[in-house]
Design a protein around this ligand. Structure first.
Ligand SMILES: *Cc1c(COP(=O)(O)O)cnc(C)c1O
Length: 311
């Protein structure tokens, strides 16, 4: 985890930020590990430690067919000699996509379940029905969305705080389950704002409201003395670009193309594209004052580009 302090914080020179007098920086968490990309490296870190300490020989988790989380888990399992199992949403395909083919090469066992059955995924009985021969198995929720996951991202937050060395800046990141947002917000100074850009439409995804889930993780990670104080995170809705995992349409696709060409930074279409689209849209609307510094976290996920037509 000392790797977290070595992740580069880079200035991004893009015309729309420059024109608005906004200083845009990107924290390159996408570079933290060659196969466990971005926030998934952090979210798995303490989960894997738990597996080792608890003497688990297997780790089981859940996700869609392009899941960055399952992809990273498969890589970690192969590196650490842990058997990994994946419950995947949807019927088995005729041939595996790049993401799952790689996961399978890394030794991950894949179990496909129908979308209806998948919604019962947290039910232990259902897991035993789907996956035969479960031994001593650690079950990690979809997306690594547990307190171990949030605690991992808290380390990224602490590293950003150290890099900023007291300089004012808002921190921005994409939100799926919000686990990363909670962790980062708990890792930085309480005065610093951490802004989450949900990639799901409101009311879709988990049964629990996103904000309630984030608040729980945040409170669990903050020192007890701070429990009464106001949260330093918020959600900025409206930049899901059609919904989770949707093919980016105009004008989002055009923004993607122009952004990558100008900045030289690659984005994944599911998360980080929505993040920068949100930042761009808010900069255009004058959400931040001139001179504002922003740190956008590149949470990785570039393996997912293989499932999309990219610029
Ligand atoms: C999984 C993922 C996210 C979402 O993280 P949460 O902790 O679930 O909010 C963001 N960006 C990328 C690239 C991801 O793979």
């Amino acid at each position: 985890m000392q790797l977290a302090s070595q992740v580069p914080l880079q200035r991004l020179d893009v015309s729309w930020a420059r024109a608005a007098g906004i200083e845009l920086w990107v924290r390159r968490d996408d570079l933290i590990h060659p196969t466990q990309s971005g926030n998934k490296f952090y979210k798995l870190y303490f989960n894997l430690r738990q597996a080792r300490l608890g003497g688990y020989s297997q780790v089981l988790s859940f996700g869609g067919p392009w899941s960055n989380h399952l992809h990273a888990l498969a890589a970690a399992g192969s590196a650490e000699g842990l058997q990994t199992l994946a419950v995947i949403r949807g019927e088995a395909p005729v041939s595996l996509n790049h993401c799952l083919a790689e996961a399978s090469e890394w030794g991950m066992r894949l179990q496909f379940v129908s979308r209806t059955d998948y919604s019962a995924k947290q039910d232990t009985e259902a897991i035993h029905r789907w996956v035969a021969g479960l031994d001593k198995c650690l079950v990690v929720p979809e997306g690594g969305a547990n307190l171990f996951g949030a605690a991992g991202m808290q380390v990224s937050g602490q590293a950003i705080e150290a890099q900023l060395n007291g300089a004012p800046a808002d921190i921005c990141l994409a939100c799926g389950t919000g686990t990363s947002l909670a962790g980062v917000a708990a890792g930085v100074d309480r005065q610093r704002r951490v802004l989450g850009f949900p990639v799901l439409k409101p009311g879709t995804g988990a049964n629990r409201p996103l904000a309630a889930q984030i608040e729980d993780f945040w409170r669990a990670l903050c020192p007890k003395s701070q429990v009464g104080i106001a949260s330093n995170w918020r959600l900025l809705w409206g930049f899901h670009g059609g919904g989770y995992g949707r093919k980016p349409k105009l004008p989002l696709f055009e923004f993607w193309r122009a952004f990558e060409a100008e900045s030289g930074l690659q984005l994944d279409p599911v998360y980080t594209l929505k993040l920068f689209w949100g930042i761009y849209s808010l900069v255009k609307l004058g959400y931040w004052p001139k001179g504002q510094r922003l740190v956008a976290i590149h949470t990785g996920g570039l393996q997912g580009r293989r499932g999309f037509v990219c610029p």
